[in-house]
Design a protein around this ligand. Structure first.
Ligand code: NDP
Length: 447
C-alpha cells in the first residue's frame, strides 16, 4: 500500500473506532497528515502496525467523582485519565477541569501530548486527564472537596515513575495543592507525583511562567530565522489565564507591546498596551471577568464575544486560550492586517483551515505541540528536582527552558527541511516528535 493509502486507512479506522470524538479525529489527522514521507522512508513502520498502535491509548480510565456542595447537595462528575503512550517515559500531561470535558477532548490532548513531550527531549510519555467539573463560581471549599474526591480514585492509577499529572485549564496551583494533599493522605508518600506544586512543597521556580515564556522564546526563534525579532512588535494574546499572562510578561520584557487579551466572555483592547498587573490581580487574585479591566483603564475598550480579538491589527498573534478559537476567517484577517508570526500557546487553538491559511501565506507559524511545550518541559525539570530532593534557582530553570525551546525549534526546522517542506514547522514538529517515539516503540517490541 502507498504511504498515503496507509495513512488514510488508519485515519478511517480512527474515525470508525472513536465515534463522536471530532477533536480527537482532528488531532490525529493533523499529525498523521505530516507523516507520508516518513512512512515512505520507513516501510517497517507499516509492517509493524506502528500507526495503528500509536493512535490507540495504552489505557483509559473513567471514574465517578462524587462530592458535596456548600448547601449539602450531592453532586456527581465524571473523571478521566488517559494513559496514551509510555514509550519514552512515565505518562505526563495535565488535568483539565471544564464542563466541556469528555473522552474526545482528553484523547485529543493526550495524543498531542505524546509528540510534545517527545520534542522536549526529556523522558516523558504522554497522557491527559480531567473532569467535566466547572470550577467557575465554586467556593474554595467546594473546589477542595472536588479535588479530594477526584484524587481518591485517581491515586490508584498514578505514581512518580508511572504517571505524573499537572495543571491545565481550570487546574492551577490551588487545585494541584489540594490534590497533592489528598495523595499524601492516601499513600503516605511525599514525592513528585504532580507537577505545578507550590514552591514550599516541591514545586519548581519558573513552572508557572514556563508555558507562556516558552511560547515567546519559540516565537523569537521563528523570527530569528527571518532575521527579525520580537522587539518593537504589536502583539495580541488571547485568554487571560496562566499561559496568556506569562506570554504577555515575556513578550513585554523582550520589548513588544501587548494590545489585547480576552476571556471566554469577551476581549479588551488598548492601543497603548494592556497593563499586566491589573489583569493578574483581576484574574489570579480576585477571579473576576476581564471586562472589569476597563473600569480601571479609561483608554481601554471591552467587546463582548471573544472571536473579534483577531480583527485587531497586530504583527504577532499568540492564541493562548483554548482549542479551535481561531478559524479560517480570523486567520485571513490576521494575514490581511499584517500579522507575520503566530505561535500557539494553547493546544490546537487554530482550526485546520486556519493553519492552512498561515502556511499558504508563509506566516511564521509555531504549532502548539512545539510552541507550548515549555510547560511540560519545565514539569520535567520539576520531576528531576524532586528526584534529587533539590531546588534550582529561577535563573537556572529559565535558562534550561530557553535552551529546550531553542532545541525544539531547531529539530522541527531541520525535520521540515529534511522531509521536503522547509519552513513548515507543523510538519517538522510532527515528524521530529514522531520519529523518536517510533524508534522507541520499534525497539521495545510489540507494545
Ligand atoms: P487557564 O484556565 O489558566 O486559562 C484559560 C483562559 O482561556 C482563561 O482566560 C479562559 O477564560 C480563556 N478561555 C477559555 N475558553 C475560551 C474561549 N472559548 N474563548 C476565549 N477565551 C477562552 O488555562 P491555561 O492558561 O493553563 O491553558 C490555556 C491553554 O493552554 C489550553 O489550551 C491548555 O491546554 C494549554 N496549555 C497549558 C499549559 C499550562 O502549562 N498551563 C501547557 C500547555 C498548553 P475564562 O476565565 O472565561 O474561562
Amino acid at each position: 500500500m502507498s504511504a498515503k493509502g496507509y495513512v488514510e486507512k488508519v485515519l478511517e479506522e480512527v474515525k470508525k473506532r472513536n465515534h463522536g470524538e471530532p477533536e480527537f479525529h482532528q488531532a490525529v489527522r493533523e499529525v498523521l497528515g505530516s507523516l507520508g514521507p516518513v512512512i515512505q522512508k520507513h516501510p517497517e513502520f507499516e509492517k509493524n502496525a506502528l500507526l495503528e498502535r500509536i493512535v490507540e491509548p495504552e489505557r483509559q480510565i473513567i471514574f465517578r467523582v462524587p462530592w458535596q456542595d456548600d448547601k449539602g447537595a450531592m453532586r456527581v462528575n465524571r473523571g478521566f485519565r488517559i494513559q496514551f503512550n509510555s514509550a519514552l517515559g512515565p505518562y505526563k500531561g495535565g488535568l483539565r477541569l471544564h464542563p466541556s470535558v469528555y473522552t474526545g477532548i482528553i484523547k485529543f490532548l493526550g495524543f498531542e501530548q505524546i509528540f510534545k513531550n517527545s520534542l522536549t527531549g526529556l523522558m516523558m510519555g504522554g497522557g491527559k486527564g480531567g473532569a467535566d467539573f466547572d470550577p467557575k463560581g465554586k467556593s474554595d471549599s467546594e473546589v477542595m472537596r472536588f479535588c479530594q474526591s477526584f484524587m481518591t480514585e485517581l491515586f490508584r492509577h498514578i505514581g512518580a515513575d508511572t504517571d505524573v499529572p499537572a495543571g491545565d485549564i481550570g487546574v492551577g496551583g490551588r487545585e494541584v495543592a489540594y490534590m497533592f494533599g489528598q495523595w499524601k493522605r492516601l499513600t503516605k508518600l511525599f514525592n513528585g507525583i504532580l507537577t505545578g506544586k507550590g514552591l514550599d512543597f516541591g514545586g519548581s521556580l519558573a513552572r508557572t511562567e514556563a508555558t507562556g515564556y516558552g511560547c515567546v522564546y519559540f516565537t523569537e526563534e521563528m523570527l530569528k530565522e527571518r532575521n527579525d525579532s520580537i522587539a518593537g512588535k504589536t502583539v495580541v494574546v488571547s485568554g487571560s489565564g496562566n499561559v496568556a499572562i506569562y506570554a504577555h510578561q515575556k513578550a513585554t520584557q523582550l520589548g513588544a507591546k501587548v494590545v489585547a487579551m480576552s476571556d471566554s466572555n469577551g476581549f479588551i483592547y488598548d492601543k497603548h498596551g494592556i497593563n499586566l498587573d491589573t489583569v493578574q490581580r483581576l484574574k489570579e487574585v480576585e477571579r473576576k471577568r476581564i471586562k472589569e479591566y476597563v473600569s480601571e483603564h479609561k483608554t481601554a475598550q471591552y467587546t463582548e464575544g471573544c472571536s473579534g480579538i483577531w480583527n485587531i491589527e497586530c504583527e504577532i498573534a499568540l492564541p493562548c486560550a483554548t482549542q479551535n478559537e481561531l478559524d479560517e476567517k480570523a486567520a485571513k484577517t490576521l494575514v490581511k492586517t499584517g500579522c507575520i508570526a503566530v505561535a500557539e500557546g494553547a493546544n490546537m487553538p487554530s482550526t485546520p483551515s486556519a493553519v492552512q491559511v498561515f502556511l499558504d501565506n508563509k506566516i511564521a507559524f509555531g504549532p502548539g505541540k512545539a510552541a507550548n511545550a515549555g510547560g511540560v518541559a519545565t514539569s520535567g525539570l520539576e520531576m528531576a528536582q524532586n528526584s534529587q530532593r533539590l531546588a534550582w534557582t529561577f535563573e537556572e530553570v529559565d535558562e534550561k527552558l530557553h535552551r529546550i525551546m531553542i532545541d525544539i525549534h531547531k529539530s522541527a526546522n531541520e525535520a521540515a527541511k529534511e522531509y521536503g517542506t522547509p519552513g513548515n514547522l507543523v510538519n517538522g514538529a510532527n515528524i521530529a516528535g514522531f520519529l523518536k517515539i517510533a524508534r522507541a516503540m520499534m525497539a521495545q517490541g510489540l507494545v
